[in-house]
Design a protein around this ligand. Structure first.
Ligand SMILES: [Zn+2]
Length: 250
């Protein structure tokens, strides 16, 4: 779970207008601030400053989410005027692009947040929109040219990004049946990855045959995997088999 820290703009600020809102849309922005340290916390402080005129609901970086406004109140982030639908009916989310942050991670965290907000507020995916929709501004500038994959990422998001699933490092290079048999960590990694996809070197044997030795049974597991995945079934582990394993283990 990514932590959402509530750090609301003081009610006395001009940028907290306090109009009641029933959110019908989610508007996505990029901060357009690439400075080091321009993370969610920094934006939380910025938006609380009484001289700041704009406001939005959440800022997301690669490790945390700050909430600046309750979602039943509007903010000024869409650039479509005092009575604009963007400003008055949408939840504004800024995704950080600070140089010392991981933008992909921040984007994944935003996708997780959007999914949660969609569920909680009954907002359909087609109402998740770029800032550009409301005002024509080139925002979110880093996501506009990949908007459909950003949207696809929301709908296919089934687990929170911080919930770690086991990862399977895969060796590079070629591993094949040799005499004597190749042994070592590389082979072990490969066997574990294959086993995670139910291609065991020796199902039912001790530890399903996962022993770090590339013998005929492991070569056969590779061969079965290749056969089932449209690859040349030669029992030789190389770049193509690696790529396919990687895509299956996602
Ligand atoms: Zn924007």
């Amino acid at each position: 779970m990514v932590t959402i820290k509530k750090d609301f703009i003081p009610a006395s600020n001009d940028n907290r207008p306090g109009y009641a809102m029933t959110p019908a849309y989610i508007t996505v922005h990029n901060t357009a601030n690439t400075a080091k340290g321009a993370d969610a916390k920094m934006h939380a402080n910025y938006v609380k400053n009484p001289s700041t005129s704009e406001s939005w609901h959440y800022t997301v970086d690669d490790s945390v989410i700050y909430q600046h406004l309750p979602i039943d109140e509007n903010g000024w982030h869409a650039g479509d005027g005092t009575n604009g639908t963007g400003n008055r009916k949408s939840i504004g989310i800024e995704i950080c692009e600070n140089a010392d942050g991981d933008f992909e991670k921040a984007t994944a965290n935003a996708q997780w947040l959007i999914r949660k907000l969609m569920k909680e507020n009954n907002i359909p995916l087609k109402h998740v929109v770029p800032h550009k929709k409301w005002s024509g501004k080139e925002c979110p500038r880093k996501l506009l040219d990949q908007w459909s994959s950003f949207i696809n990422g929301i709908s296919s998001f089934n687990t929170p990004p911080k919930e770690s699933s086991p990862t399977y490092p895969l060796p590079s290079g070629v591993i094949k049946l040799t005499s004597p048999y190749r042994k070592g960590t590389n082979v072990l990694q490969l066997q574990k990855a294959l086993a995670a996809l139910h291609f065991y070197p020796d199902k039912g044997a001790k530890n399903n045959g996962i022993d770090g030795v590339y013998g005929p049974k492991t070569a056969n597991a590779v061969k079965r995997f290749q056969l089932m995945n449209g690859l040349t079934a030669d029992g030789i582990y190389g770049p193509k088999t690696k790529a396919k394993l990687k895509s299956k283990l996602k």
